[in-house]
Ligand binder design. Structure first.
Ligand code: SAM
Length: 284
């Protein structure tokens, strides 16, 4: 069956008595170029083991299964399991794993499902868990690439650089773990039901952490602090985040080679790393 044909989807869902859940971010694809292009962008091929999050009724799963050696698709909505058993019945390289991706033991899943393969992620993500799930995937260090469709504005935040209006703590986190690429946009009309916003596909290519960051925990504390009060200067934002006097923090900013009135959104990873070093030295 054509898994992106709106008439066939409606008939399939009606036959199974399925109802969409807004809280599970269920917007299913109804244009076949979208799952095809996501699968191609994921670079899934022979030797790949692909973790898909939220297969829905399986349009992307099928495109991935045609290309990769194995696909493990994690689906939280149990009502979709009988539908997936039907739509994926022609593929012997797909395992559907019922459950919440946020609660999975990812290292065990990868070891069990993708032994001898290159693990990667490909998904049309449920938008309500975009940020935590991308954080989890990057922090896991398990995947060679992470290619996901998400809200366009989050995609722009992920790929933004210092000084741009979209740049924030999440941009720094993603850039810390990976090279980021915004690949293409997907209009809202490509989904059933249509979401309120445009979507976009991003690819994150994990890379070694920046060598200039010596204390990761402190580095991210400084990043979160710097963006905590967005319209304030870096000094005021840090003063609200650290139990240090403004005089001491001003000294740290100066020794990191930064202007006294700079705002946090102008700092890249090297500058945050220098600043974290200075703050670390006065906290000791
Ligand atoms: N892949 C399908 C498509 O492109 O048509 C469906 C994508 S839909 C945006 C998101 C899917 O993620 C839904 O099937 C939803 O039930 C599932 N989902 C939501 N939260 C989840 C979670 N925490 N873990 C796993 N799957 C989840």
């Amino acid at each position: 069956m054509e898994l992106c044909n709106i008439h066939e989807i409606k008939a399939l869902l009606a036959r199974h008595g399925f109802h969409f859940s807004k809280s599970l971010g269920q917007n299913f694809l109804i244009e076949d170029w979208v799952p095809r292009d996501i699968a191609v962008a994921s670079r899934a091929g022979p030797g790949s083991g692909v973790l898909e999050i939220g297969p829905g009724i399986g349009p992307l799963t099928v495109e991935l299964a045609r290309r990769a050696s194995r696909v493990a698709a994690v689906e939280l909505d149990r009502d979709l399991l009988p539908i997936l058993a039907e739509t994926l019945s022609g593929f012997d390289n797909v395992t559907v794993i019922p459950g919440d991706v946020m609660k999975l033991d990812l290292p065990s899943l990868v070891a069990e499902q993708f032994s001898g393969l290159t693990p990667m992620v490909s998904a049309n993500l449920p938008y309500n868990i975009t940020t935590p799930v991308i954080t989890l995937l990057l922090e896991s260090g398990l995947f060679s690439t992470v290619t996901v469709m998400i809200q366009k504005e989050v995609a722009q935040r992920i790929c933004a650089g210092p000084g741009s209006k979209d740049y924030g703590a999440f941009s720094v986190l993603c850039r810390y773990y990976a090279e980021t690429q915004l690949l293409f946009e997907v209009p809202r009309e490509c989904f059933l039901p249509a979401p309120k916003v445009t979507s976009a596909v991003v690819r994150l290519n994990p890379c070694p952490p920046p060598s200039e960051v010596r204390d990761k925990e402190l580095f991210f504390r400084v990043v979160r602090g710097a963006f905590g009060l967005r319209r304030k200067t870096l000094l005021n934002a840090l003063a609200a985040a650290f139990p240090l006097s403004k005089e001491i923090l001003a000294g740290c900013i100066a020794r990191a080679g930064l202007p006294s009135d700079i705002r946090g959104e102008r700092l890249g990873i090297p500058e945050f790393a220098l600043l974290a070093e200075e703050i670390g030295s006065v906290c000791e």
